[in-house]
Design a protein around this ligand. Structure first.
Ligand SMILES: [Zn+2]
Length: 336
């Protein structure tokens, strides 16, 4: 199988009415009119910035090089597109109270996959909160009444958010992101949202489908980190694993390589790398295998499953997050 070199992606800035007009110092971006709410790091339309694939969209890379990107361990239904969508969320106002369907319900309505997601707090002000799930004892009738009379918030489980918190939100969980934190969101590559309540904003609601998607009890909530040698697992569930990888400087400056299982963990294969802070440099172990490139702060690099051996150097205070897919055990046949 042809090898594909690691590559960096250009972020896509997405306007949202609840967003922020200034993303500094996180991204070099001032919004012109409508605020920016989401920075898509691995959207299908994000463009490759380095190497031979430069200029291609991520969607096109997955369509053309599916096997090299995902490797042989990926189920056939996963072929042809990025399994995960990564975003940084900048909420200046409350997002809608919403719910996402699971794979089965999404497929009932003609979409290939549902959406389970998680949020890692890159930053949080004191008092920052999110809502994840319904309070115990809440019924679907209570939810419907809350939508009608504007008291749905009273039915939600509220979580305070601190920097470095990881919050898991499985499909079926009624949830809402509120202001005060900057979140790295990892989700199934699907954008199906059923809005229940939108604080009077003129956007469409999807109450009937939301009621169908809601599970009264879910797995949602904070996840305790698991410290291992060289890495910290922030969350590992069906669909994704998010970890902090420790890149300690060695004499040569090299500390993590594509074949270094101790640092990488048992799951080699496709991965996204995100520089939460600091900067690094990606280069091949064998000179000339591909052109080395920089990984700036907030940079996103895709590591194909079939790739030349590579290494990453910490060029200053690099905080590296690795995101990898975890395939469901009962692999649904996607209705694509
Ligand atoms: Zn959501």
């Amino acid at each position: 199988m042809t090898e594909l070199a690691p590559f960096r992606l250009e972020p896509k800035f997405v306007e949202r009415i609840w967003g922020s007009s200034d993303l500094h110092p996180w991204f070099d971006m001032h919004a012109s009119s409508t605020p920016i709410g989401e920075v898509w790091l691995t959207g299908d339309e994000c463009r490759v910035e380095t190497g031979e694939l430069s200029g291609k969209t991520l969607g096109a890379v997955f369509a053309q090089h599916s096997r090299a990107m995902l490797g042989t361990g990926a189920p056939t239904w996963a072929a042809g597109m990025s399994p995960l969508l990564l975003k940084v969320i900048f909420a200046k106002e409350k997002l809608s109270v919403q719910v996402h369907p699971d794979d089965l319900l999404a497929q009932k309505y003609g979409q290939p996959r549902g959406k389970t997601e998680c949020w890692y707090a890159l930053e949080a002000e004191s008092g920052a909160e999110v809502a994840t799930g319904l309070r115990p004892g809440t019924t679907l009738e209570d939810v419907q009444r809350g939508v009608e009379d504007g008291t749905l918030e009273d039915r939600l489980t509220i979580l305070p958010v601190s920097k470095d918190d990881m919050i898991f939100v499985d499909a079926g969980t009624v949830h809402a992101i509120w202001p005060g934190s900057i979140l790295l969101e990892t989700q199934q590559n699907s954008d199906i949202t059923y809005r229940l309540y939108d604080y009077g904003r003129p956007r469409e609601l999807h109450v009937a489908k939301a009621l169908e998607a809601i599970r009264l009890q879910t797995e949602a909530g904070k996840v305790e980190p698991v410290e291992l040698l060289g890495r910290t697992i922030l969350v590992e569930r069906t669909y994704f694993c998010v970890e902090i990888i420790k890149v300690s400087k060695t004499r040569t400056g090299v500390s993590m390589a594509g074949n270094y299982e101790m640092a990488l963990g048992p799951q080699a294969g496709f991965a996204y790398l995100f520089a939460a802070a600091g900067q690094g440099r990606i280069s091949p172990l064998q000179e000339g295998a591909f052109e080395p490139f920089e990984m700036p702060a907030r940079g996103l690099v895709a590591i194909p499953a079939v790739t030349p051996l590579w290494q990453i150097e910490d060029e200053g205070d690099l905080e590296l997050i690795r995101i990898t897919p975890r395939w469901p055990e009962n692999q649904p046949e996607a209705a694509e």
